[in-house]
Design a protein around this ligand. Structure first.
Ligand SMILES: C[S@@+](CC[C@H](N)C(=O)[O-])C[C@H]1O[C@@H](n2cnc3c(N)ncnc32)[C@H](O)[C@@H]1O
Length: 349
């Protein structure tokens, strides 16, 4: 079977979860997991490439076409041209497919990323013109194919960006943009870490624009999914997003206060949620009181686990352990410019 090497990017902190999904859904072999850097490299059967867009845990994917070395001086750009001039590029770029180069550089070099893009662009035009006796069109705004050229110190990677300029996690259903929305990739990771199974009742009691509930509806066919928020505007937004995601019928929406959870919900198997961060709101004491009240209610309603992404991890650990629950997962991830924890707690057996 023909295999291609693919570089995946994901949210830093969930590389292991992305690697599991990549190998399970694509039948891929994982070559490298760059922990903390949000990168996973895998060899993927060519037949599975079209399944990449079904992955819920990745931001981008690139097929590696060529790799090589380049020195730092101006005259070394000739060496770069040699690395870019790889016959496999003509499988993707022809006189009928417009292309653009996206160049990135890190390290000390006498040339800039603009120089890299110019030399790489000329190399592609020359290569394709030779193969087809006609030039490929360049389109910097809406190219059909994006060739990524990364120069990291002396290493050069030339790859084809799958899915165009937009990261996968930005596409699709976000019609209503909640001001503190969670990345869908993190929502997916939390659902996996919560240990939820299809058929479980899954609740996000502070669901905002509904990211966790929508990802849960994609992941599970038979689960009852509940999206609750105290702000009716966010619930209206979550409904719009769920309609755009075509999972509206799968989710129950409630306007309600998570501090009084038991007056809305009798039982849930799993809570997966992204409560407000005190740091963002500028009132940590008030927010911590909300956490205490909400968690005190949640431990009486939830059967299997509570998974939260939060900067208020200390108060979460304090309340759950006071209620004799145990922490089964605690990891740091990147979320915007913050580094919250994903914490998963379960009742003691
Ligand atoms: C960080 S946002 C959630 C964002 C959401 N994960 C998304 O992707 O859109 C936190 C949400 O908690 C809600 N919230 C805060 N206090 C609450 C409470 N006591 N009960 C219910 N919801 C609450 C806020 O209205 C806000 O929408």
């Amino acid at each position: 079977m023909s295999m291609v090497e693919v570089i995946f990017t994901t949210n830093p902190g969930i590389e292991d979860i992305a690697a599991d999904e990549i190998s399970a859904k694509l039948g891929a072999r994982i070559i490298d997991i760059r922990k903390g850097l949000g990168r996973v490299v895998a060899t993927v059967p060519r037949d599975s490439i079209e399944l990449i867009e079904t992955l819920r845990s990745i931001h981008r994917a690139r097929i590696l076409v060529s790799r090589g070395k380049v020195c730092a001086e101006q005259q070394c750009l000739n060496g770069l041209k040699k690395v870019v001039t790889h016959p496999d590029l003509t499988k993707y770029i022809t006189p009928l497919t417009s292309f653009a180069i996206r160049a990135e550089r890190s390290g000390l070099h006498e040339y800039t990323s603009l120089d890299i893009a110019r030399v790489a662009g000329d190399a592609v035009i020359e290569l394709v013109s030779k193969a087809f006796s006609e030039r490929p069109p360049v389109d910097l705004d809406y190219p059909s194919i994006i060739v990524a050229v990364d120069v990291i110190n002396e290493d050069v990677l030339v790859s084809i960006e799958l899915g165009g300029d937009l990261s996968w996690h930005r596409r699709g259903y976000r019609i209503y943009d909640h001001p503190a929305a969670l990345k869908p990739t993190l929502a997916y990771a939390m659902l996996v870490l919560s240990g939820a199974r299809d058929g479980d009742v899954i609740l996000d009691p502070m669901c905002g624009g509904g990211t966790v509930a929508i990802e849960a509806a994609y992941l599970f066919e038979d689960s009852e999914i509940i999206c609750m928020d105290k702000n009716p505007r966010h619930i209206r937004g979550a409904k719009l997003n769920a309609k755009a995601a075509q999972v509206y019928q799968r989710i129950r929406f409630i306007v309600g206060d998570a501090r009084k959870l038991s007056s809305y919900i009798d039982e849930a198997d799993v809570v997966v949620s992204n409560p407000p961060y005190g740091i963002r709101l500028g009132s940590p004491h008030e927010v911590r009181r909300v956490y205490r009240d909400f968690l005190q209610e949640a431990v009486s309603v939830v059967r299997k686990s509570i998974a939260l992404i939060t900067t208020e991890h200390i108060v979460v650990k304090e309340v759950v352990s006071k209620n004799r629950w145990r922490i089964v997962e605690d990891r740091i991830v990147s979320h915007g410019n913050l580094h919250p924890h994903i914490i998963v707690a379960s009742p003691q057996q």
